[in-house]
Design a protein around this ligand. Structure first.
Ligand code: FAD
Length: 341
């Protein structure tokens, strides 16, 4: 019998977890990713002054399976524990129950980072299956009740596939799946906040004892120094910081020019920290239109088309890398149940 052919859309944590789980049971997997790199929001940008992790900042594990994954990643030198010296501010609109649960070396759960950059965390999941990079899937066409063709933005056509798992952020997944079945309508209830991220390399170290600041100001929800990444480019530049604007600020400034965003967030950092910022070697901004889930689906995945098309991603369960891993795993198990039993 020919192997079962599955297409996975998205090469972030959810897509690669689903792909590797299905590959291990002998299915023939093709992953389609619209970007040049893998990892999705486990992102790292290379500049001439070093790398910046401008997406996810640290990973925690509460589920035993994901904890095992992090341990394996650590054994493969793809992850390591991170214990920044953390300053905790107050979240905007905080209620007592909103108080952050982690505090650097006082963390309840250990914090991990991918090494040498965050996007390397997915390394243990990259098996010898096909990965088609720079292919943005624009539609899924049912060919028969059991098979599907995919179309991309370059007029490419791929398939037929026996099953499809879509792991793009909820609004992009909804665009692909809602034309297929009303079973995917609940994706429309998911809410994901945007996030402006600023990457700044300073010519001198910032005179602060903190490596990371949680909610230092209403504008900034997170500011962190890169303390692990010591590649040659980093050694040439004394201090690297990543700032993340708060969800409300990011929403209010979503269409703002990048230079203005940089100016405003550095000014907010200056005010919040009370320090004069050293001269910059480089500074860049990145807008995450879909960054952190605020209202998740509340189920680990959604399926339709007789279980052969599945939606997954962090947004099913929460706002964390662990949620993506769990959703990808659950989507793969559901596909195995449908196609193998
Ligand atoms: C600024 C920021 C800070 C964060 N901080 C943390 C943190 O500290 N800790 C934490 O645990 N989590 C954090 N997160 C959340 C974490 O990054 C995500 O939960 C997780 O990485 C999501 O994984 P995913 O696979 O579900 O989605 P993604 O990583 O978004 O992967 C989806 C992939 O699908 C691709 N794609 C989309 N549409 C298409 C298409 N049509 N065709 C082909 N490919 C497509 C995308 O390019 C992407 O690679 C943060 C996120 C951001 C943005």
């Amino acid at each position: 019998m020919p192997p079962i052919k599955i297409a996975v859309i998205g090469a972030g944590m959810a897509g690669l977890k689903a792909a590797s789980t299905l590959h291990k049971v002998g299915m023939d997997i093709t992953v389609f990713e619209k970007s040049r790199g893998l990892g999705g929001r486990l992102a790292s940008r290379r500049t001439e002054f070093g790398h910046f992790n401008h997406g996810a900042q640290y990973i925690t594990a509460r589920h035993p399976g994901f904890n095992t994954f992090l341990q394996q990643a650590t054994d493969h030198n793809a992850a390591q524990e991170w214990q920044p010296n953390l300053h905790r501010g107050t979240p905007p609109d905080a209620t007592p129950s909103d108080a952050p649960t982690h505090a650097g070396n006082l963390a309840l759960d250990p914090w991990y980072q991918g090494v040498p950059q965050m996007n390397k965390l997915i390394r243990p999941l990259v098996e010898p299956f096909e990965i088609q990079k720079q292919h943005r899937i624009t539609s899924i066409e049912p060919l028969t009740p059991q098979t599907f063709m995919l179309h991309d933005d370059l007029d490419g056509e791929f398939g037929p596939f026996d099953g499809v798992i879509v792991t793009a952020p909820a609004p992009q997944t909804a665009e692909l799946l809602r034309p297929l079945s009303s079973r995917f309508d609940p994706i429309g209830d998911v809410v994901i906040a945007p996030c402006w991220s600023v990457m700044a390399a300073f010519k001198k170290p910032l005179p602060t004892a903190f490596d990371a600041m949680l909610y230092p100001s209403p504008e900034i929800s997170w500011a962190a120094r890169s303390t692990q990444n010591k590649d040659i480019f980093h050694r040439r530049t004394p201090d690297h910081w990543v700032l993340h604007a708060s969800p409300n600020w990011s929403r209010d400034h979503l269409e703002e020019d990048k230079d203005r965003v940089i100016e405003k967030l550095l000014s907010a950092l200056r005010t919040a920290s009370g320090i004069k910022l050293p001269d910059l070697q480089t500074v860049q901004a990145h807008r995450w239109r879909y960054a952190r889930t605020e209202i998740p689906l509340g189920r680990s995945h959604l399926n339709g088309m007789n279980g052969r098309v599945i939606a997954a991603g962090d947004w099913c369960l929460g706002a964390r890398v662990e949620a993506a891993w769990r959703s990808g795993q659950s989507a793969a198990h559901a596909m195995i149940e449908t196609l193998i039993g």
